[in-house]
Design a protein around this ligand. Structure first.
Ligand code: ATP
Length: 231
């Protein structure tokens, strides 16, 4: 029997009486690449924070590889890349990654191969303050991948990126999934997800209104019109 990497059951979250996440349930299996789509304010970040254990839900439950969100086991097994990553500008890419490797109890020697994989080998000795947004995002991805996490959460990893960085991000997502880890990424860019994800979850005003492969979602009557908002 496959053990899901992530199970979200009937999760609820209210802010001042307003529902931000409304009875959401889904489960992700090892090796799946899944996109979480929704307008601004749909509840994506709130759901991520609950999965990561940064925020307590008002109902339902979440399990990350059979552990409670925020527990040591869940933290060890998962990685998170926020929408915009801030690194100390005076440190070099290599110094940043070695620092994170130590923080995660890994060997600093894991840093250079990861920097090479995200296309930052030549920039490894440069201060991060001189990096472009795409380079910082790739460094963030390298940092998230230290220690081979089994669940990777990426909050809008391609927003505002140049085409080369975007391509690198999707290639890495494919590689992470091929080694059996699960990737959940939030996005507004529906058109670029089609060949790059296995499933799409759509959140609308906190409710999960769709969970399927994109080709079937497109075929459903009326859905292309609603989805157009994100293309
Ligand atoms: P975006 O794409 O803009 O990041 P999102 O889908 O991530 O949006 P959330 O940030 O999860 O949406 O917000 C969901 C709802 O919850 C919104 O109405 C937001 O205003 C509200 N909300 C989120 N965090 C808080 C908070 N700390 N206090 C009060 N309301 C909040």
């Amino acid at each position: 029997m496959t053990i899901p990497s992530l199970t979200v059951r009937n999760v609820l979250k209210r802010f001042s009486g307003q529902m931000a996440v409304d009875d959401v349930s889904f489960s992700l299996n090892p090796g799946e690449r899944v996109a979480l789509l929704g307008h601004n304010g749909a509840g994506k970040t709130t759901l991520f924070k609950i999965i990561l254990g940064f925020l307590k839900s008002d109902g339902g439950d979440v399990s990350v590889l059979q552990s409670a969100p925020g527990s040591n086991a869940a933290r060890q097994a998962s990685a998170y890349l926020p929408e915009s990553v801030a690194f100390p500008p005076a440190l070099t890419g290599e110094e940043v990654l070695k620092f994170y490797a130590r923080l995660k109890g890994r060997k600093p020697s894991e840093a250079m191969p990861l920097l090479t994989r995200v296309g930052l080998k030549d920039a490894a000795g440069r201060r991060v303050g001189t990096y472009s947004k795409g380079m910082r995002q790739r460094l963030g991805l390298a940092q998230a991948l230290i220690g081979r996490p089994r669940l990777v959460l990426l909050d809008e990893p391609t927003t505002g990126l140049d085409p080369i960085s975007r391509q690198t991000v999707y290639e890495l997502i494919g590689e992470i999934a091929e080694r059996g880890a699960t990737v959940l990424l939030s996005s507004h860019a529906l058109t670029e997800l089609e060949a790059r994800t296995d499933r799409i979850l759509i959140l609308s005003r906190g409710k999960l209104v769709a969970d399927d492969v994109l080709s079937r979602l497109r075929a459903e009557a009326g859905l292309p019109i609603r989805l157009k908002v994100w293309t």
